[in-house]
Design a protein around this ligand. Structure first.
Ligand code: CUA
Length: 359
């Protein structure tokens, strides 16, 4: 009974998460459906083989359990038996190979797509470009890191969110172009049945066709460094009408960002925005800049006392030979002004003001 209690203790927490399921998540694309069906087909073939093989084994064990001292058969070939056990596995393998190959070929066919999305992996975020719609944005982890760590300590299961999800129209063939900026990542959303490596200097292709509107989640699936576990993928599949609205709002946002450069910001607005921008620095450098690289020397170092241009140069252009990448493509002037103001005021890093807050 004590042993049973221990066993129950070990497995019950797992059962409590039964909502996460033991099988693949529900497929929402034709390819994911085919992968699911293949998986079930092969599973049942394996179950049948298991039952037959182990059935024979247990039957023999039971039947001959009192055969101690018996003499084994001494024949050394049996053509009928050998033909039988060659043909049966051959047929099983062909039976699995035909639907597998057909699915693989279909997965690779990115022709006649309705639209294209380029996905670029970064340490540790994704960039999405919609060349047909002139839309482009980064998708960063938005759940605060301390919250994730606190909840992970408690063994909590929960979803981690991104600031900008990928939005895709349903019932459209979307072609993905995949690459990476630094190391190899992999874009993986199980319910869509897509998973492929994003390799620097190389473009991979894949496609999807989502049938049901919904939110589908994934995760970088190639170990890519310290925050590999913190580059989630969130896909919002919406109707064409909603997608068009979203495209329009993205364009408005881009225009707004351009206008923000000319806007006069209040100090509080700058601090709030700066805190948000600083999350990207903190992903590597820690909440107080005490993490990796030369950043921790900011306070009281020669970067801190030297011209701010030196620090900004590294932020905007990256530092070759280190993990510090160029943030220039994703930071607006307003972002930079905000994060500098935030660091100076909230963190006390004497990097100097580049903006005089209004009022
Ligand atoms: Cu990106 Cu793992």
């Amino acid at each position: 009974a004590a042993r049973l209690a221990v066993l129950a203790g070990a497995f019950l927490p797992g059962l409590a998460f039964a909502e996460y399921g033991l099988n693949f998540p529900a497929p929402v694309t034709p390819i994911a459906q085919k992968i699911f069906d293949l998986h079930m087909l092969i599973l049942w073939i394996c179950v049948a083989i298991f039952v037959v093989v182990f059935g024979f084994m247990f039957y023999s064990i039971a039947k001959h359990r009192k055969s101690l001292g018996a003499r084994p058969a001494t024949f050394h070939d049996n053509v009928k038996l050998e033909v039988f056990w060659t043909i049966i596995p051959f047929l099983i393998l062909v039976g699995m190979a035909i639907p597998s190959t057909a699915t693989l070929i279909e997965m690779e066919d990115t022709s006649r797509s309705d639209m294209t999305v380029k996905i670029t992996g970064y340490q540790w975020k994704w960039k999405y470009d919609y060349p047909d719609h002139d839309v482009s944005f980064f998708s960063n982890l938005s759940t605060p890191r301390d919250q994730i760590e606190n909840r992970a300590d408690k063994g909590d299961h929960y979803l981690i969110e991104v600031d900008n999800p990928v939005v895709l129209p349903v019932k459209k063939k979307v072609r993905f172009l995949l690459t990476a900026n630094d190391v190899i990542h992999a874009w993986w959303v199980p319910q869509l049945g897509v998973k492929k490596d994003a390799i620097p200097g190389f473009i991979n292709e894949m496609w999807t066709y989502i049938e049901e509107p919904g939110v589908y989640r994934g995760q970088c699936a190639e170990l890519c460094g310290k925050d590999h576990g913190f580059m989630p993928i969130v896909v919002n599949a919406v109707s064409q009408e909603e997608f068009d609205k979203w495209v329009a709002s993205q364009k408005q946002r881009a225009a707004g960002e351009a206008a923000a450069a000319d806007k006069v910001w209040s100090k509080n607005e700058l601090l709030a925005k700066g805190k948000q921008v600083y999350q990207q620095c903190a992903a590597c450098h820690g909440p107080n800049g005490e993490g990796v690289g030369p950043f921790p020397k900011m306070t009281g170092s020669k970067i801190a006392t030297g011209p701010i241009a030196e620090h900004l140069n590294i932020v905007l252009n990256g530092k070759p030979g280190t993990a510090m990448q160029a943030f220039g493509p994703q930071l607006s002037d307003a972002d930079i002004a905000a994060v500098v103001t935030y660091e100076r005021n909230a963190l006390g890093n004497q990097v100097g003001d580049i903006v005089q807050p209004a009022q």
